[in-house]
Ligand binder design. Sequence first.
Ligand code: BG6
Length: 491
Amino acid sequence: MDKPGRQQVDVFVILGATGDLARHMLLPSLYFLDAEGLLPEGMKVIGAARTAMSRPAFLKEVREQVEARAKPAKVHEAAWERFAKRVHYVQADVAKAEGAKALKDEIGEARLPAFYLALSPSLFEPVCKALKAADVATPMSRVVLEKPVGHDLESSRKVNAAVAHAFSEDRVFRIDHYLGKETVQNLIALRFANTLFEPLWNNLAVDHVQITVAETVGVGDRWPYYDDYGALRDMLQNHMLQLLCLVAMEPPADLDPDSVRNEKVKVLKSLRPFTRRMAEEWSIRGQYASGVVEGEAVASYESERGQPSETETFVALRAEIDNWRWAGVPFFLRTGKRLPERRTQIVIQFKGVPHSIFDGAGREDLIANRLVIDLQPDEDIELLLMNKAPGLNQSGMRLQSLPLSLSLAKSYADKDARRRIAYEPLMLEIINGVTTLFVRRDEVEQAWEWIDGVADAWAAASMKPKPYSAGTWGPAGAFALIERFGRAWYE
Ligand code: BG6
């Protein structure tokens, strides 16, 4: 058997090619990779969907999306011509035998196809079966799954088992698009390419950690999916637990897929299971009511949904990692829609100095160091350090907290540059067969196990979402939650 990491894909098949994900993210990502000379010579791109559409019509749609994504720059015509030659479209319902057969004819003699399932998760199982039955999925081929992989541990196991029937685990690429974000990967560099932080990265020096993923967008017309999932399953189960793992994991031996993923699984296994009492004291669910976000009046979740709902659009909770490194260090996580600003941020709050030599005003000024990692919309890393405030002062030395800033945005500033799509590095890894940035089966199942525990504890405590006005930082209980433990959200 070939080593999956050594061979490049020769046909990239996108199933669900007319859907939003494929049009807005996947096809433009492939174009940009091609424009940078990163796609293998001769690699074909096949879009497949149930819609009847000619190849020129499909290409026209792809071109429009590429143009939108290229801004402020223009599409490079020679690069577009080269890319367009690769792109084909096939009308096929690949959950059915005849659809899989039509796809097989289009794939032809290719040896190493990748199938990107940009489809509703309910189709993962029938599609994998049909691909295998029609001999389209060969022992060489790779498969890419979008989140959510399941709705809970049981359904996730079922999906994973169906996929495993057609594709061996080393050929399964479970996407968490946060792992494609530049600054998320930079977390690995920050921790393991510097000597400075690692000796302090533990319960001796860290007081607590905060992870915030705040969005201004609402659920809108995604409610048929969202109402069934809520913030816990939509954001916490995947993106936020991935961030938590990268912050908390032990140094892996190297960057090999399994070295990194083994360490992440250990963190997930160490998460303290939620009990009913923890649910009541350590967590809060919220749902947005109408309000004003970024100066615009917006509707409540319930009016978007068209009827009352008990789905949370906000969650804040305290997690504990029961291992040697993190014992006693709370991890406060919060995520929500219709919050006042878009912000993804990790805050490592260090402990204060063991003894203050400053007295008077200086003693009051003294605050503990803090590392603030901004992932979105700005990419910045700031270490807040204490300094002497300049000037003379008869009542003792005054201190001031100032940031030592990496200013990633400024360091790598190129005003004409477009923002890279998080899918670009992930697509490249799929083509090259490297699974480090993808989620392994045991990892996704372990995450579900913990999330199921939280959902069960909420149910046992009959915890309903508390309303919060759109444009605020969630229900008041989110502040009370962290204050109960003597801390405050970093604003
Ligand atoms: C998706 C969620 O996975 O991530 C969405 O389903 C959410 O609800 C989105 O809006 C956030 O991604 P990003 O890259 O905009 O932070």
